[in-house]
Design a protein around this ligand. Structure first.
Ligand SMILES: [Zn+2]
Length: 235
C-alpha cells in the first residue's frame, strides 16, 4: 500500500515538471543541423585514384596471365602432334627479345605519360608488362615439353582478354591497353604464329604484318590514354 502511494506521488511530480504533458505537445529531441559535406581534397582524390588504378592494373594483368596460361594448356591438350613444333629461343637471345618487347611498351607509355600526364601512368606501367607476359605461352618449351608455336599469339586470345577485361572491370581503356600490348608484341615478333589458335594451328608468317601491327599498337595506346584521362577527370 505504502509502495503504491509512493509511485503515485512520483508520477504526479513527473507530470507537473514535464511541460510537454501540461501543454499537450509531444516531447521533441532537438535535432542537430546536418553539417555540410566537404568535397574531398585534391590530394585525397589523387590517392583514391592511385589505389583504384593499382587494383585495376593488377586485375587486368591477372586476367591476361591466366588467359595466356589457359590458351597454352588447351593447345597442349588439343593441338595435332604434327603442329607441336614450337621451340624456345636460344637462351642468350631471350633477354634481348624481351627488352625489345618491353622497350616498345615503355616508349609508347612514356609518350602517353607526356601527353596525358599522370593518367598516362597506367599505360606506361601496363604496356611493357603485358607485352612481355604474352610470351608466357613459351613456358612448356622452357620445361622441355613439346608444344605448338606461340599458342596465345592468337586473335581468339585477344578477343577473350578484351571481353573479359571489359566485363570484369567495365573499363574500355584497360581493354585498349591489352590490345596495344598484343599488337605491339606481334609487331616486334618475327617468324610464325597461329592466328586462330586453339581452333586451328595453321601457322602464318608475322613479318609482312609488322608495320600495320605497330600502327595499331600506337593508335590503341593513345586511345587508352585519352579514355584514362577522361575517366580520371570524373573522379
Ligand atoms: Zn611472342
Amino acid at each position: 500500500m505504502l509502495g503504491a502511494q509512493c509511485d503515485c506521488q512520483l508520477m504526479k511530480r513527473h507530470l507537473l515538471e514535464d511541460h510537454s504533458w501540461n501543454s499537450g505537445r509531444t516531447l521533441q529531441v532537438p535535432r542537430r543541423k546536418p553539417e555540410a559535406r566537404e568535397a574531398p581534397s585534391r590530394s585525397k582524390r589523387t590517392v583514391r585514384w592511385l589505389a583504384n588504378s593499382t587494383r585495376e592494373v593488377l586485375t587486368a594483368t591477372g586476367i591476361f596471365v591466366l588467359l595466356a596460361l589457359l590458351f597454352t594448356l588447351i593447345s597442349l591438350l588439343i593441338s595435332p602432334p604434327s603442329t607441336q613444333v614450337g621451340s624456345a629461343r636460344p637462351f642468350g637471345e631471350i633477354p634481348i627479345h624481351e627488352v625489345e618487347l618491353g622497350g616498345l611498351g615503355v616508349l609508347l607509355g612514356a609518350v602517353a605519360l607526356g601527353i596525358y600526364g599522370r593518367s598516362g601512368a597506367v599505360v606506361a606501367l601496363m604496356l611493357p608488362a603485358l607485352s612481355i607476359l604474352l610470351d608466357l605461352d613459351h613456358l612448356p618449351s622452357f620445361l622441355g615439353i613439346t608444344q605448338p608455336i606461340r599458342p596465345a599469339h592468337s586473335i581468339f586470345f585477344l578477343v577473350a582478354d578484351v571481353a573479359l577485361t571489359a566485363i570484369v572491370l567495365r573499363r574500355m581503356d584497360f581493354s585498349l591497353i591489352a590490345m596495344s600490348a598484343f599488337a605491339g608484341h606481334l609487331g616486334i615478333d618475327t617468324g610464325l604464329a597461329p592466328p586462330l589458335s586453339p581452333i586451328s594451328f595453321d601457322y602464318v608468317q608475322l613479318d609482312p604484318y609488322r608495320v600495320p601491327l605497330l600502327v595499331i599498337s600506337t593508335i590503341t595506346a593513345f586511345a587508352a590514354g585519352y579514355l584514362l584521362r577522361r575517366s580520371r577527370r570524373r573522379t
